[in-house]
Ligand binder design. Structure first.
Ligand SMILES: NC(=O)c1ccc[n+]([C@@H]2O[C@H](COP(=O)([O-])OP(=O)(O)OC[C@H]3O[C@@H](n4cnc5c(N)ncnc54)[C@H](OP(=O)(O)O)[C@@H]3O)[C@@H](O)[C@H]2O)c1
Length: 302
């Protein structure tokens, strides 16, 4: 099979396709023929070497996928060849085939496109984990920093589905998009605290930060309860300020919840751009800009 690998840290040009043996599913595992796989800032950081994550060269990449089960190991539950699924496989999803745990996939509804399914599980798990940590409830007002990105897009819609109001930060180009998701858009940067106060005269109950630095300081100015301020990115500053650092937990029931929300029309995930597997370097370049809405995905042929 073809798989995305890199042989040393560096620019997106270090990424290339390698021929590898198809992996075999062991007990409790399934093999999936991948149809789409999302790209995350995490992948970009690991490739570039800015994230201190242990790698073994040639190193595969990619954490989320959609596809069709093509082999089932012993004791892998009810899964059968031909099942259409989405799920997780850490550091190996950008490949034609991926092996993962039978509890790391959920069924893909027929009306969910492959690319949407392929980019849903990692941002979905992050948003779900963070909103649970923040204990988001009906009538809360939640501030989501970087609300137009992959994680923010899901966090915004999930919070709305749970009955909260959302104020989302984004560049002006993404304000209409945030309004469509049900958030009140606010521009990030200097003066954010005043702009948020102007649209939330009754205050902000919780904040989810996917930016770090000043966005986290601003959150502390806006939210009284430090247990209801969470960052996905700035764990050092979180310790300093006494707020919560969050790392995504991958829970199949939660991914199932997100799929149900999608089926009810309460969740959508726009695709920023699709790339063929061979154009993985371009996909990384786009994610690396740090701007845009929804998800960047790689798609593979049937
Ligand atoms: N802890 C974890 O487990 C975990 C899991 C997933 C992600 N993360 C981290 O969370 C961050 C976001 O991930 P993502 O997948 O959502 O990224 P993404 O899809 O690349 O989105 C990035 C977003 O950031 C916005 N942005 C850029 N500069 C900003 C600023 N100064 N203030 C506010 N927003 C700004 C952009 O909006 P505009 O286009 O409008 O500028 C864009 O929509 C990344 O750093 C990622 O590594 C952590």
């Amino acid at each position: 099979m073809k798989a995305v690998v890199f042989d040393r840290h560096g620019t997106p040009d270090e990424l290339h396709l390698a021929d590898m043996e198809r992996p075999h599913p062991g007990p409790g595992e399934v093999r999936v023929r991948v149809r789409a796989a999302g790209i995350q800032p995490f992948d970009v950081g690991v490739r570039g070497g800015s994230l201190p994550f242990p790698v073994t060269f040639p190193q595969q990449l990619g954490n989320e996928f959609s596809g069709v089960v093509d082999r089932v190991g012993d004791d892998a539950g009810e899964w059968a060849a031909g099942d259409e699924v989405l799920g997780w496989a850490f550091m190996r999803s950008l490949a034609e085939y991926v092996v993962t745990g039978a509890d790391s996939i959920v069924s893909k509804p027929p009306d969910m496109p492959w690319d949407v399914a392929g980019g849903l599980s990692s941002s979905g798990a992050t948003a779900y984990t963070a909103l649970r940590v923040l204990d988001i409830r009906p009538r809360d007002t939640l501030l989501v920093h970087a609300a137009a990105g992959g994680t923010g897009t899901i966090a915004t819609q999930l919070a709305r589905a749970w009955g909260a109001s959302v104020i989302g930060t984004a560049s002006e180009a993404n304000h209409a998009y945030l309004a469509q998701l049900g958030a009140t858009p606010v521009s990030y940067g200097d003066g954010l605290v005043e702009r948020v106060r102007a649209v939330a005269p009754d205050g902000v109950d919780a904040a989810l930060d996917a930016v770090g630095g000043q966005a986290l300081h601003d959150s502390v100015d806006l939210v009284r309860d430090k247990n209801r301020i969470a960052t996905l990115v700035d764990h050092e500053l979180a310790d300093e300020l006494g707020v919560v650092g969050v790392r995504a937990q991958r829970v199949p029931e939660q991914l199932g919840d997100l799929v149900s929300l999608y089926q009810r029309g309460a969740l959508r995930m726009p695709i920023r751009e699709r790339f063929p597997l061979a154009a993985i370097a371009d996909a990384h370049r786009l994610v690396e800009t740090g701007h845009g809405r929804g998800k960047v995905v790689v798609t593979l042929d049937d």
